[in-house]
Design a protein around this ligand. Sequence first.
Ligand SMILES: *[C@@H]1O[C@H](CO)[C@@H](O)[C@H](O)[C@H]1NC(C)=O
Ligand SMILES: *[C@@H]1O[C@H](CO)[C@@H](O)[C@H](O)[C@H]1NC(C)=O
Ligand SMILES: *[C@@H]1O[C@H](CO)[C@@H](O)[C@H](O)[C@H]1NC(C)=O
Length: 406
Amino acid sequence: MNRCDRRLVACALFAIIAVVAAASYDRERLEIAKQILEEVPLIDGHNDLPWNIRKFLRNQVNDFELDTDLTVVEPWSISKYSHTDLPRLREGMVGAQFWSAFVPCGTQNRDAVQLTLEQIDVIKRLVEKYPQQLQFATSVTDILQSHGARPRKIASLIGIEGGHSIANSLAVLRSYYQLGVRYMTLTHTCHTPWADSANEAPAANGLTDFGEKVVREMNRLGMIVDLSHVGENSTRAAIKLSKAPVIFSHSSVYSLCNHNRNVPDDIIKSLKDNGGIIMVNFFPDFVKCAPNATLSDVAEHFHHIKRLVGADYVGIGGDFDGVNRVPRGLEDVSKYPELFAELLRSGQWSVQELKNLAGLNMLRVMRQVEKVRDEMRTNGVEPEEHPDSPSDNGNCTSNAFYTENV
Ligand SMILES: *[C@@H]1O[C@H](CO)[C@@H](O)[C@H](O)[C@H]1NC(C)=O
Ligand SMILES: *[C@@H]1O[C@H](CO)[C@@H](O)[C@H](O)[C@H]1NC(C)=O
Ligand SMILES: *[C@@H]1O[C@H](CO)[C@@H](O)[C@H](O)[C@H]1NC(C)=O
């Protein structure tokens, strides 16, 4: 063996050692990530599986097997919108999921309330169908109990996506709370008569009187105000008014991708005073303003928020089952540990900060929302009323029949 060959051999050996070492660091980071998710519940802010169950199965769940590999079951296997089943949720170490009781804007002034109730019903039926794996949850205590249970259960919470679901009725809002709904996104892609969507030109340009009542009533009930999808000025007005922390259940960073679904830096900064969190959405269109993104592109959004306000005002809202494109490396709900491994790899996050990001921040938000509710109750704050309810319902409601004088 001449000198040159020897050097080549040494070089090759070194390269192999480097690759093996890198692989073992990767494995080590993944192990630390999994340990983090063993210790604290990973809470995801938004998953649209219930809507897909409506689209694909008309909510007939008796014969639906969420506890199987849906990547080989049609129509799930051929849908770009399907990223969720129980085996993958377990692999992804999801501790708590806010399932979205979403109904589209096309239901506004029509049958929004009925369809929303049907989505709440299908979420509850699904949870009851898998009592060994899922546990219905409405509180911090419930989430911690599910996470502490052996076998561990995935705490299942309900969020409503769009104020059109209440049909301009605080009574309907209160009834949703009684059914277990714990957040409401003030708008989806359409304005309500009382708050603006980011998707349309400003109309309320803030909150109307009724919109303020909605936020105050949500504070009193203990329902989290969610501002994903909401127009900027309505968002600012809601943050200013809310006595309790708010969330963005599935939104990313505007300064990294100028999409109206993302949150501008000044609003992210205002979360520090409010105590709320932005739960980062993985949709490539919001992450990169492009159809393609990678795990490390998603990580950039987390890094940005941390640089801006620290690690206490951030969470995760993957938007799985609600999007038809996913980043490379975050293809479905089994991949959350990879995200934590990636954040560890950056060297920018401590283990404690990652625990906060995973779930402790959201638990803090929920605890504070519960505290504000309890204080308002103690102080005897009465339910909001609205004889002057904004009625955008045209001739679709029977309101007109009941307004005669005695
Ligand atoms: C917010 O309100 C201000 C003042 O009315 C207005 O100039 C601005 O265009 C609004 N911003 C958005 C995004 O609607
Ligand atoms: C984006 O991803 C799709 C599907 O994974 C692929 O076919 C396409 O070439 C990618 N485009 C770019 C610009 O990377
Ligand atoms: C309601 O019905 C009345 C009488 O038919 C009609 O004049 C009016 O334009 C309708 N209002 C709306 C909002 O459709």
